[in-house]
Design a protein around this ligand. Structure first.
Ligand code: C2E
Ligand code: MG
Ligand code: MG
Ligand code: MG
Length: 287
């Protein structure tokens, strides 16, 4: 088994290449235990609104606190979860963790929207919208406490189903982001009729944008496109102050990336947020 693409969820299983099947099976077995024994944890990465220097939301990114292998990143286990039929359970576990955290933050008077990633396989979950809304109700959270990040692939697999699920979520107040925007094989047609709040420009355009005119043109025109459709634009993979400045000049709304903060545990994020608000705006790490 080899990864044909570095992008999570998009690679192809190749029969015949079974050298790592044993490792995959072991990971699958251990992941089942991990899901039951709460070994998954979330790290949170802030999204910074450039014009106001505030943090309207954070993205929840799953990690596996593996008993012997240490902290594992999604690339090490998400495909195994997908192919092993564990994605539905994993998604629900992540939603529970994220919404429990959102509830704590709400009680502390912090108004941050927590974003959770949905794999395209989540489309197969007929109960998804209902499960999400009852999770919110159980915690007394408004729909707007949650944002769901979906990929173009999610929107493409079955357009009517995707539309149906997203409209039900939207009716509950949940926000929707298109993740890795610009990297899928889809047409732009979905932007016309799906309820999308946020476009997240993929880091493969953002990271090289200062040295690559074409990447830069794609970033600038995606910002125009999104704005003309009433969507908020988030740049992912903002690794330097220079890129951040250029994004501000382009009129990008929100930035996310190592220049601002890596994904970090909830307690660390709280300290990060508190330290920022204690600083005068001009002195924050953002510039
Ligand atoms: P994504 O949703 O596009 O998340 C952004 C990824 O880029 C994260 O990797 C994040 O740590 C990384 N990143 C953030 N800032 C920077 C930066 O400035 N430079 C660079 N080079 N990278 C940056 P991570 O946490 O390893 O997650 C990888 C992917 O795994 C995510 O991509 C998402 O597609 C998936 N994923 C993560 N958590 C979940 C989850 O709970 N459920 C599902 N279904 N997928 C998840
Ligand atoms: Mg994401
Ligand atoms: Mg992304
Ligand atoms: Mg990605």
């Amino acid at each position: 088994y080899t990864a044909k693409s570095s992008r999570v969820g998009q690679h192809v299983y190749s029969p015949g290449d079974d050298s790592n099947d044993e490792a995959r099976l072991r990971t699958l077995h251990e992941l089942r235990i991990a899901l039951a024994e709460n070994q998954l944890v979330l790290h949170y990465q802030p999204k910074v609104h450039l014009a106001t220097d505030t943090v309207p939301g954070v993205e929840a990114l799953v990690r596996w606190n593996h008993p012997t292998r240490g902290l594992l990143y999604p690339a090490a286990f998400l495909d195994v979860a997908e192919n092993g039929g564990l994605m539905r359970t994993l998604t629900r576990v992540v939603l529970e963790l994220a919404l429990d955290q959102a509830m704590l933050w709400q009680a502390q008077g912090r108004t941050v929207t927590v974003a959770v990633n949905l794999s395209s396989r989540s489309l197969a979950d007929y109960q998804l919208a209902g499960v999400v809304t009852s999770m919110l109700t159980d915690r007394g959270l408004p729909g707007s406490a949650l944002m769901l990040e979906v990929t173009e692939e999610f929107l493409l697999v079955d357009r009517d189903r995707a539309r149906n699920i997203l409209l039900r979520l939207r009716n509950a107040g949940v926000l929707i982001a298109v993740d890795d925007f610009g990297t899928g094989y889809s047409s732009l047609a979905y932007l016309r009729d799906l309820p999308i709040d946020e476009l997240k420009l993929d880091q493969s355009f953002v990271i090289p944008m200062l040295d690559d005119d074409r990447a830069s043109a794609l970033v600038a025109s995606s910002i125009h496109l999104g704005h003309s459709l009433g969507m908020r634009i988030v740049a992912e993979g903002v690794e330097t102050a220079e890129v951040l400045q250029q994004l501000e000049r382009f009129g990008c709304d929100v930035a996310q990336g190592y220049q601002l903060s890596r994904p970090i545990p909830a307690a660390e994020l709280e300290r990060w947020l508190d330290a920022r608000t204690a600083l005068p705006a001009g002195m924050r790490a953002i510039r």
